[in-house]
Ligand binder design. Structure first.
Ligand code: SAH
Length: 259
């Protein structure tokens, strides 16, 4: 298979984690955007239970913990990320309220109706937007909040190059109005949606990838898969710069309706 046709799923998970573990974030976002989304949540207090699913190394979780009350459990499939997460929590003196656990978002260690809020930045695509919305809902209390960021098409028609790239990598990627409809159909009231500004990609994600890429390539010198993975990262960035008017990340804030 040529590198052009490879997607992230063709690479070993451990290798992927090795690339991203030195970065503060593993996807587009920023502290400002995390706080903007948090601004729509009304009901948190010291007793609130919050889960951050696909938390990565916890860049957004620590921002959340510094501005919201309650206990936060971060869940991620990568033990390497969870180690960094727990080290960060300790360094910030947040270890009593913020705990990282290895686990999968399709098999969560929570009780039904237990959570006040589910947070997930740039990670729900791992089980799919619709499936995540539907399966996670049962863990929320009535009136509990869901705040997720997800990639989104901004137009119905897209140039073939970018359309094919994403259809291959993430066929469920949808347009913003369709995503809002899916939220409503899954039993939530869509409270707010906003598009992540470009600096969430350029300054907070791509810029820190440069250093991560250097460390990664030095560590895996001569490893062909590592070189290919690194190339894929660069081509994703080129595509974003070329086609950013057609897609981006959107934050969705929603409130569970019914029981
Ligand atoms: N929320 C972080 C990380 C986003 S990257 C941020 O915004 O920076 C997506 C994350 O999902 C990665 O950390 C990856 O390890 C994690 N992930 C992938 N599959 C998962 C699964 N099934 N369950 C939990 N986490 C998963």
């Amino acid at each position: 298979m040529s590198n052009e046709n490879k997607t992230i799923y063709d690479f070993d998970f451990k290798l992927i984690c090795d690339f991203f573990c030195t970065m503060e974030r593993q996807g587009p976002g920023s502290p400002e955007v995390t706080l903007k989304a948090l601004g729509f949540i009304e009901t948190l207090n010291d007793k609130s239970l919050i889960a951050d699913l696909g938390c990565g190394t916890g860049g957004q979780t620590m921002v959340l913990a510094q501005h919201a009350p309650g206990q936060i459990t971060g869940i991620d499939l990568s033990p390497e990320f969870v180690n960094v997460f727990n080290r960060n929590a300790k360094q910030l003196g947040l270890q009593d309220r913020v705990k990282g656990m290895v686990g999968s978002m399709d098999n969560l260690p929570f009780q039904e109706g237990e959570l006040d809020m589910i947070w997930s930045e740039g990670a729900i695509y791992n089980i799919g937007f619709e499936r995540g919305l539907n399966e996670w809902r049962k863990y929320l209390k009535p009136g509990g909040y869901l705040a997720v960021s997800e990639s989104s098409w901004f137009t119905d028609k897209r140039p073939a190059e970018i359309n094919d790239f994403w259809m291959d990598a993430y066929p469920e990627m949808d347009t913003l109005p369709n995503q809002v409809a899916k939220i409503y159909e899954a039993g939530y009231l869509p409270v707010a949606t906003f598009i992540l500004p470009e600096n969430c990609w350029t300054e907070h994600y791509f810029a820190s990838k440069i250093e991560a890429q250097k460390i990664f390539l030095a560590k895996h010198a001569g490893n062909k898969a590592a070189q290919e993975f690194s190339k894929l990262q660069s081509s994703e960035e080129e595509l974003y710069r070329k086609y950013k008017q057609f897609y981006g990340y959107v934050f969705f804030i929603a409130k569970k309706t019914g029981v």
